[in-house]
Design a binder for this molecule. Structure first.
Ligand code: SF4
Length: 368
């Protein structure tokens, strides 16, 4: 028998763990205000401080060549496509230099799953970046890329991760998770790792002392039960390793993809799902708003629906841009969005350590 929604919300606010059945009940709940209020109470319990955070990084897509086919992806090119590219090393380093000049301390380095690049190419890439920019954290290679590299290199996962770490890899992004349920993955992707492999890349990386983010792209072919299953799998792995720094969710962006017939989810669905995620993932400390897909206003409101972080200034975001929906915010707009909610904006790194000076934290920066 279902419990009253208020009982479930009280339970989550008190820090108790929701069951998958209870998570589903909340995913079905249409009382958005009640979900938001509860999620915000949890956020304020976990983050009683007077500030809210953001970071500055750049999404560098080192190649768009990919051996997989994902129906939701407008970014990839097949290995023989003349539009396929591998970013010239000088171009890549120039992008990092620009990022550093804008105050960034990190790059999000992701690509398609190139079928021919050897492990030594990735090691040299990381070595070149760390040689020129030792202070920059490389948040790179999502689990599907790492998993594909084990196949190309014919080497065990542990060896791939150890070698990449030794070459300078700092942290892993949680991309390529979509929905961590094989039924869903098999329906929308071909040639991409399934759920257990995605989780295992993260598990091994965490066991090596590495940290990573976790994501969810929802609002396509998954059921609400499968959304909860995704959260449950992440929560279980977090219990096991504690290696996830943050969770980020966003709605599927259908334009220019093979799934363009699916109606995009709106703000209601986004805010509801994020709020339930905040309530369900009681072992995750940080939740990021996704203003890149939702726009400034909803991205800001998301900070009252369970998020404690505005995510990244995101100097470049090719993958979402190819799918037609991309929002641009200046650093000042991100900071003002936080101020307008009554919080002090603070810049953080990928490990959620504050890296700006508190006395200048509320001053707008001259960067756009
Ligand atoms: S989402 Fe990633 S794995 Fe899938 S086709 Fe696009 S680049 Fe390849």
């Amino acid at each position: 028998m279902n419990s009253p929604i208020s009982t479930l919300l009280d339970k989550a606010v008190a820090g108790e763990r929701l069951t998958p059945t209870e998570g589903l009940q909340l995913m079905q709940c249409r009382d958005l205000a009640a979900l938001g209020r509860a999620a915000d109470e949890v956020t304020r319990r976990l983050h009683p401080e007077s500030f809210r955070t953001y970071n500055i990084d750049r999404n560098v897509n080192y190649t768009n060549i990919c051996s997989a086919v994902c129906d939701f992806c407008a970014f990839f090119r097949s290995p023989k496509d003349p539009e396929g590219y591998i970013l010239e090393r000088d171009t890549l380093l120039e992008k990092i230099r620009e990022t550093v000049e804008l105050g960034g301390d990190q790059i999000l380095l992701q690509g398609g799953m190139h079928p021919g690049l050897p492990i030594t190419w990735y090691e040299q890439l990381l070595a070149d970046i760390k040689y020129h920019f030792p202070q920059v954290n490389v948040h790179g290679f999502s689990p599907p890329e790492i998993h594909a590299l084990t196949k190309v290199a014919k080497l065990p996962l542990e060896e791939i991760l150890t070698r990449l770490k030794a070459a300078g890899l700092g942290s892993l992004p949680g991309g390529g998770a979509e929905i961590l349920v094989d039924r869903v993955r098999k329906e929308i992707t071909r040639g991409k790792c399934l759920t257990d492999d995605w989780l295992n890349v993260m598990r091994v990386w965490h066991q090596m002392g590495g940290r990573s983010t976790a994501t969810m792209m929802f609002g396509h072919v998954e059921t609400l039960e499968e959304r909860v299953e995704h959260l449950e799998r992440l929560r279980q792995l977090q219990d096991e390793t504690g290696g996830f720094t943050a969770f980020i969710c966003w709605t599927f962006q259908p334009d220019n993809t093979d799934m363009a017939d699916i109606a995009p989810s709106g703000a209601f669905e986004y805010l509801r799902t994020q709020a339930v995620s905040r309530l369900y993932l009681n072992n995750f400390v940080n939740i990021q708003s996704s203003w890149v897909t939702q726009g400034q206003k909803i991205g800001q409101i998301a900070m009252l629906y369970g998020a404690n972080d505005m995510g990244s200034l995101m100097i470049e975001e090719n993958v979402v841009a190819e799918a037609g929906t991309v929002h641009h915010l200046s650093l000042d707009q991100i900071r003002q969005s936080i101020r307008d909610l009554g919080y002090i904006p603070r810049q953080r790194n990928v490990f959620y350590e504050l890296i700006d000076e508190p006395e200048t934290a509320s001053e707008p920066l001259a960067v756009s």
